[in-house]
Design a protein around this ligand. Structure first.
Ligand SMILES: Nc1ncnc2c1ncn2[C@@H]1O[C@H](COP(=O)(O)OP(=O)(O)OP(=O)(O)O)[C@@H](O)[C@H]1O
Ligand SMILES: [Mg+2]
Length: 607
């Protein structure tokens, strides 16, 4: 078979082969000819063998004896890595690309630039299972395709310096994946509150203002982090909590059985003996306080009282703290676990396959605990559902939660995310790791990511981390990392056909995350906002809420928030009367949709 451009696309001949590595001498001729023939790193070349077309990628270029005069011909060699092949059918036509080389080229074999047709065969999948994300840099006409099953089945990472387009890539990938799979299930951790804008029509936006993540879903380590933290003498407090939590759980269960026997269906009955400190069954914080009081009444020795007193006052403080309202806010505890899972993991999807968890504005210790609970819930859900509903867990700023430094981060969060990275695949739970500092990310997490999109990375240590774990062919491409433009990436791994450099498609402006680099001069050129501007910021700051009662200006994102965003809780001084009211109304506490409007409650209080 002869491709039409074979004479013009000839590059040279093979002069050395070692395993999958070969050296090619570029054809002689005038200096201009040789220059024209020299491909750049990352270019795909072809070598014909009797039964296949072998494809290799340029990994190095050199001129061992450079001439002193610019026009003098000189020896030019290129080094290549063989990556895969296109087997030929009986008529000699190339068929589908496959990785690995069954028939190695030999010395003297002629090397050509891969034709458009071969590039398309190698890079483009035209199956229902693949999505287009951009085009390859070698040829704009060749789409860069990603195999969805391989991408989501085995975790992937998007890495790059700040502003290189990671969030836009997340938005682009998820959009394209969910266009083809509208019944997907994605949970996206959004620390900077940027994604609601990108997915406004297909996302359930969950923020502390409309979230209900009952504290009894926390496991023991997580509740210890919130109630005790890393204070000295914590062992005594931890032991008290370990003893009392199962008792509070049993109390709640017994009360339920007494009060609502008809509602307790047989399959909801749990053996009391199986209730442990980590069992996700409800209990009341008031029961816990009651138990602490009972012990305080019994104990006479001063020293032994201290842990009980500390725990009681911490529990009472947290119950009053508006920042924890989404966990400790409701007085009427009900078993809402299925509703919580339904909302977080989009079951049923109801046209919104993504749940965006906006964590912006929360202090880092709360974010840590929330991320830990969510990652654990996702994994445990996978285990107990036997992987029947695959879920993708997107973790922005992953180096914050799974740092390489053992002294940083929150241990349970690290464990939950590592567990998904190591075992999640078996239960249909996949990770998307987004980070600007791969060197600060736990190396085991990155090594579990089977597809990597590496955008511009200027820092040497970050580059080294990536280089360490990949093949020679892809590592030569990584030389481009410091110089790539915004929205460009080196992709390698199982989700893509071959390691290659790609340019992502441009996202339409209405699908951008709200992270676009602000124009400083544009903002400075405008008049200062109205009088109330600063007061409103101070109000938000103190209320620790992006939508407290009384604010008059909107953050840009707020125009696009779901309706639930407007029904937010409020400043700490308002929470006590609000709770009394909500308890009196005996409202259900399943999902955020069921929370009463703050404004209406305040009106009631005022009246
Ligand atoms: N595929 C794309 N389509 C359109 N614009 C893009 C694309 N990729 C990047 N950009 C542009 O680059 C800017 C920065 O992108 P983005 O916010 O995604 O960077 P980032 O890597 O997530 O930054 P950070 O680490 O600070 O979160 C965007 O505001 C947008 O203007
Ligand atoms: Mg970003």
């Amino acid at each position: 078979m002869t491709s039409p451009d074979k004479t013009t696309s000839r590059i040279g001949r093979i002069v050395a082969v070692t395993g999958a590595h070969a050296v090619i001498l570029i054809d002689g001729g005038s200096d201009a000819d040789a220059r024209a023939k020299t491909p750049e790193i990352g270019t795909l070349l072809r070598v014909d063998t009797p039964r296949t077309i072998s494809l290799c990628i340029v990994s190095a270029l050199s001129s061992p004896m450079p001439s002193h005069m610019p026009d003098e011909p000189e020896t030019r060699i290129i080094e290549v890595e063989f990556l895969g092949e296109l087997p030929r059918d009986e008529r000699g036509e190339p068929m589908h690309f496959r990785r690995g080389v069954s028939c190695y080229p030999s010395l003297g074999d002629t090397v050509f630039r891969a034709s458009k047709h071969e590039l398309a065969k190698a890079y483009a999948y035209h199956t229902d299972m693949a999505i287009r994300v951009g085009h390859i840099t070698q040829d704009e006409a060749i789409p860069a395709m990603v195999k969805v099953d391989d991408l989501l089945g085995k975790h992937f990472a998007i890495l790059g310096t700040t502003g290189t387009g990671k969030s836009c890539t997340v938005a682009l990938l998820l959009r394209r994946i969910l266009e083809k799979n509208p019944q997907g299930h994605v949970l996206l951790l959004d620390v900077h509150r940027e994604y609601a804008h990108a997915f406004r029509d297909i996302a359930e936006v969950i923020s502390p203002a409309n979230m209900n993540l009952p504290f009894w879903l926390l496991n023991f380590e997580e509740i210890v982090e919130i109630l005790i933290g890393q204070q000295p003498n914590r062992e005594a407090d931890v032991e008290v909590l370990r003893e009392l939590i199962p008792i509070a759980k049993l109390r709640f269960m017994n009360n339920q059985r007494r009060e609502r026997p008809a509602l307790q269906r047989a399959r909801e009955q749990i053996e009391p003996s199986s209730i442990g400190v980590d069992t996700p069954v409800p209990y009341r914080s008031s029961d816990l306080i009651g138990l602490l009081d009972e012990h305080l009444g019994k104990l006479e020795l001063r020293g032994e009282l201290a842990p009980y007193k500390r725990l009681k006052s911490r529990l009472e403080a947290i119950n009053r703290d508006s920042r924890y309202a989404f966990m400790f806010g409701s007085l009427t505890v009900q078993d809402t676990m299925s509703q919580v899972l339904s909302r977080l993991f989009r079951i049923p999807v109801n046209g919104k396959p993504i749940a965006i968890l906006e964590l912006g504005g929360l202090p880092s210790e709360i974010i840590n605990v929330v991320v830990s609970v969510l990652a654990r819930l996702a994994f445990d859900f996978g285990v107990w559902s036997a992987g029947r509903i695959p879920i993708t867990f997107v973790c922005e700023e992953a180096h914050r939660y799974v740092p390489v430094d053992k002294t940083l981060g929150f241990e349970p969060t690290k464990r939950s995310i590592s567990r998904i990275a190591k075992e999640g695949r078996k239960y249909g739970i996949s990770l998307c790791i987004v980070s600007q500092r791969p060197a600060e990310l736990d190396a085991t997490i990155l090594s579990q990511c089977n597809t990597i999109f590496s955008m511009r990375l200027a820092n040497e240590r970050d580059q080294e981390i990536l280089r360490a774990g990949i093949s020679d062919a892809a590592s030569s491409l990584l030389d481009f990392m410091p110089t790539m433009g915004t929205g460009e990436a080196i992709t390698f791994g199982e989700g893509v056909a071959l390691p290659t450099r790609i340019k992502f498609d441009t996202l339409p402006a209405d699908e951008w995350p709200m992270s676009n680099t602000a124009s400083v001069t544009g903002s400075w050129a405008r008049e200062m906002p109205e009088d109330g501007f600063l007061q409103d910021i101070v109000l938000r700051w103190r209320a620790q809420s992006f939508a407290p009662e009384g604010t008059v200006f909107d953050m840009p994102q707020q125009a696009t928030f779901g309706q639930q965003q407007q029904t937010s809780p409020t400043a700490a001084d308002l929470t006590a009367p609000l709770r009394r009211l909500s308890a009196a109304a005996n409202r259900p506490v399943g999902s955020g949709e069921e929370r009463p409007s703050l404004a209406s409650l305040i009106r009631q209080i005022k009246s």
